[in-house]
Design a protein around this ligand. Structure first.
Ligand code: XIL
Length: 474
């Protein structure tokens, strides 16, 4: 049994016991003890039943509802994984550029840790719920902002997150199977792998997931598009560990009968699969049947780690009118709850016994120095480096500042230290990966006005370059 599994099981079993005992008068404790013994082995809560199968059962949490006692009562009783419904998104965590607000996300992490729950991080890079300042960026400025955002957020939560949704919803709906045309996509089609490498660098212990919706039906073009990307990433060593299936089901996108096939085929690529935002619109027995099917499909796939529903009561749902969740507005269990719990208790394929990633987190703090703001006194341009170094690797950002004449093409030359190598770069064309390397502009950052700046970056193994690089007009 792996470490995660053991932790999940213990937590799931001990939490309900503590809750029961604490609210009972002393005279009733004997009765409670009997109930406890039954509950531990029978899986009478979603979290406990999932833990018996080596899985988790999670929910999205709105942090401002942690003061609602009905809500928290269900949360603490039933779930052993949480996702911040909105509080870890880009607009919430970086409302102004490079000014980070972690208080709401931190509250959720604290609640989870105090109650034996783990945390899924959601979401580092996404075209939705970006702060206004990011929406107005493009090209290398947006790319650089994304890299900085991922680095800072994943570094802040390093060691506390079970899995990150690193990139969310990057594929188009419809029949093309193509990537979604967003400002992030227009920074260069390597942005997704840059996001994953950056997240790995910041928190090597978290599983890194690609997360999307309408990827549940194996025959859909969007599913195939994501599948091909994941296959390519695995073939090229891009650090991806898992694929999240949001699984927001309704009449337009119903639970598909080939859902298990989809989960199996992705898992066969060598990634974990997770059901990350489950909700199923409807009611009564048809809704209950669909919930039971989803649970059975996950349990049938060894690498399906667990299931997260997107809210607790129907009234908490982002799609409340569709009554898509497991508890009604008063907090009562619905038929869908019973179906999900029963399906968990039927059991399935045990998870594999391999350990999750355990590499040590980096020990260095993220960069804190502010970039220069004034133009250089003379010469065509200057360049400065800002690096985030960890044991074994680095991300370096380079700021190019044009001199009084402006630039119509530029190069930056530096020496990569011995033993180090560049593995990935953005907004530039490097001449090589080690030793003396010259970085040339790409099309969209060729022109820089007098005193203006542009940025590019690269990532590598070993020690980051230091010193002042040579900048020249080209
Ligand atoms: C939703 C939240 O539930 C809402 O509160 C918010 O207004 C919009 O976002 N896909 C995702 C989630 O990845 O982050 C979305 O959450 C639902 C769709």
């Amino acid at each position: 049994m792996d470490k995660v599994l053991a932790r999940g099981s213990a937590a799931a079993r001990s939490r309900p016991r503590a809750a029961v005992v604490s609210i009972l008068a002393a005279g009733a404790v004997v009765t409670a003890t009997v109930a406890m013994a039954t509950s531990a082995s029978a899986g009478t809560t979603l979290g406990a039943a999932a833990a018996e199968q080596g899985r988790y059962f999670g929910t999205a949490v709105a942090v401002n509802k942690l003061s609602d006692s009905t809500y928290v009562g269900i949360l603490n009783r039933e779930f052993n994984m949480v996702t911040a419904e909105n509080e870890m998104k880009w607009d919430a965590t970086e409302p102004s550029q490079n000014q980070f607000t972690f208080s709401a996300g931190d509250r959720l992490v604290a609640h989870a840790q105090a109650n034996g729950m783990r945390v899924r991080g959601h979401a580092l890079a996404w075209h939705q719920q970006q702060p206004g300042w990011a929406q107005s960026l493009s090209g290398s400025a947006l790319r650089q902002a994304m890299v900085n955002h991922i680095t800072q957020v994943a570094t802040h939560y390093r060691g506390k997150i079970y899995a990150w949704d690193v990139v969310n919803e990057a594929f188009d709906d419809g029949n093309s199977g193509a990537r979604r045309n967003t400002s992030l996509e227009r920074t260069g089609s390597d942005w997704i792998e840059v996001a994953f490498r950056t997240a790995r660098a910041a928190d090597p212990g978290a599983k890194l997931c690609y997360n999307d919706y309408n990827t549940d039906n194996w025959t859909w073009a969007k599913t195939q598009g994501v599948y091909n990307m994941v296959r390519d990433f695995k073939a090229r060593g891009v650090p991806i560990d898992c694929v999240g299936f949001q699984s927001h089901f309704n009449s337009g996108s119903p639970y598909p009968s080939n859902y298990r096939t989809t989960l199996q085929n992705f898992a066969a690529l060598g990634v974990d699969v997770q059901i990350t935002e489950l909700d199923i619109e409807g009611s009564g027995s048809s809704q209950a049947t669909a919930y039971g099917n989803v649970v059975r499909d996950c349990l049938a796939v060894a690498r399906c780690n667990g299931i997260t529903v997107w809210g607790i009561r129907d009234t908490d749902s982002w799609r409340a009118s569709g009554t898509p969740l497991l508890f009604d507005g008063s907090g009562n269990k619905k038929p869908a709850y019973t179906a999900a719990l029963n399906a968990l208790n039927e059991g399935g394929t045990p998870p594999p016994t391999t350990e999750p990633p355990t590499s040590e987190p980096p020990t260095s703090a993220p960069p804190t120095s502010a970039p220069p703001t004034s133009p250089p006194p003379g010469g065509a341009c200057t360049a400065t480096l800002t690096s985030n170094q960890w044991q074994g690797g680095f991300v370096t950002n380079v700021r190019v500042t044009a001199g009084a004449s402006g630039l119509n093409g530029w190069t930056v030359s530096l020496t990569v230290p011995s033993g180090a190598a560049i593995t990935n770069s953005w907004s530039t064309q490097p001449s090589g990966t080690s030793g003396a390397v010259t970085f040339r502009n790409v099309d969209y950052n060729r022109q820089v006005g007098a005193g203006g700046t542009t940025e590019f970056g690269f990532q590598g193994t070993g020690t980051a370059p230091t010193g002042t690089p040579t900048c020249a007009a080209a």
